[in-house]
Design a binder for this molecule. Structure first.
Ligand SMILES: *[C@@H]1O[C@H](CO)[C@@H](O)[C@H](O)[C@H]1NC(C)=O
Length: 297
């Protein structure tokens, strides 16, 4: 009797253990599938000592102090795809600081670049997000929106979708900027050069906040920004040549070729309520409206 009970217990313990292992590895698989850890996709490009990995490399902390800012970049370059990450910006008095998240072709002559720049502000005043697009070496296409939430209170998702049809900058799935492929109308579109993914945190108090009037307050340093949930999906270059032109990549799919009605409505809402600067309507800078602005968004 005793022996039997004993062996029964053993079996059921074993069963429990294997059930536990199955469930546990399933959880691990899901956790490992996405998002990637920082070091899987990125490397530190500027000031090792100012970037700290958190949560086993699933998140990082960037530091800006009087000694240095810092930066990181993707290990690979990509030609079309979507990049997204969650960022929690510097809280409180962040005036004079800039946190950037961008893609760049790393080619000085004919630079392609897609920029998100978060411009800090004095306590209680809104952050601005500046976006810019360089295509074939030409930039100067700044737009700015104020965010409708406090981007320092929590993580929010910032993403860049880049396919043959357009580039869409989104904040929590809300498009804040669309740069259409208007090549047919003679407007350059980034299409030939792969781009890397970059981020930096630095001091730019000569221009960032209220045009440089608000200076950084070093008494508030160090300044911290946090990143997590790194997700890059795209064609790695160098890689299989056919990848970038493959229409079956999900980011080229019909639902990603233009904004769907919900996204289009959100985009109009941002432009009507949160746009604070648009180079398209800056007559002082552009007496002649740039062609991409005329071609329509
Ligand atoms: C900072 O706050 C001021 C005052 O509300 C505002 O005019 C400005 O657009 C904000 N953002 C920046 C980056 O200066």
């Amino acid at each position: 009797m005793i022996k039997m009970t004993h062996s029964t217990t053993t079996i059921s313990k074993k069963q429990n253990l294997s059930l536990f292992l199955i469930v546990f590895s399933a959880i691990l698989l899901v956790a490992n599938a996405k998002p990637a850890t920082f070091l899987q996709d990125f490397r530190i490009t500027w000031s090792d000592s100012h970037i700290k990995q958190l949560d086993g490399g699933r998140a990082i902390q960037l530091v800006l102090d009087q000694n240095s800012g810092c930066g990181f970049a993707s290990k690979s370059q990509y030609l079309f795809g979507r990049v997204s990450m969650k960022i929690k910006l510097i809280p409180g008095d962040s005036a004079g600081t800039v946190t950037a998240f961008y893609m760049n072709s790393d080619t000085d002559q004919v630079r392609d670049e897609l920029d998100f720049e978060f411009l800090g502000n004095r306590t209680g005043q809104p952050y601005s997000v500046q976006t810019n697009v360089y295509a074939h070496g030409k930039g100067d296409r700044e737009q700015r929106v104020n965010l409708w939430f406090d981007p320092a209170a929590d993580y929010h998702t910032y993403s860049i979708l880049w396919n043959h049809h357009h580039v869409v900058f989104s904040v929590d799935e809300v498009p804040i900027r669309v740069y259409k492929n208007n090549e047919a109308k003679g407007v350059p579109f980034p299409k030939f050069q792969p781009m890397g993914v970059y981020s930096t945190l630095w001091e730019a108090d000569d221009w960032a906040t209220r045009g440089g009037l608000e200076k950084i307050d070093w008494n508030k340093a160090p300044f911290y920004a946090y990143y997590k949930d790194f997700d890059i999906e795209g064609c790695v270059v160098p890689g299989p040549r056919s990848c970038a032109s493959n229409p079956s990549n999900w980011w080229e799919g019909s639902t990603y070729q233009q904004l769907d009605p919900v996204a289009a409505r959100r985009y109009r809402w941002v432009r009507m309520n949160h746009m604070v600067y648009d180079y398209c309507t800056d007559k002082h800078r552009y007496p002649v409206t740039p062609p991409e602005c005329v071609a329509g968004i």
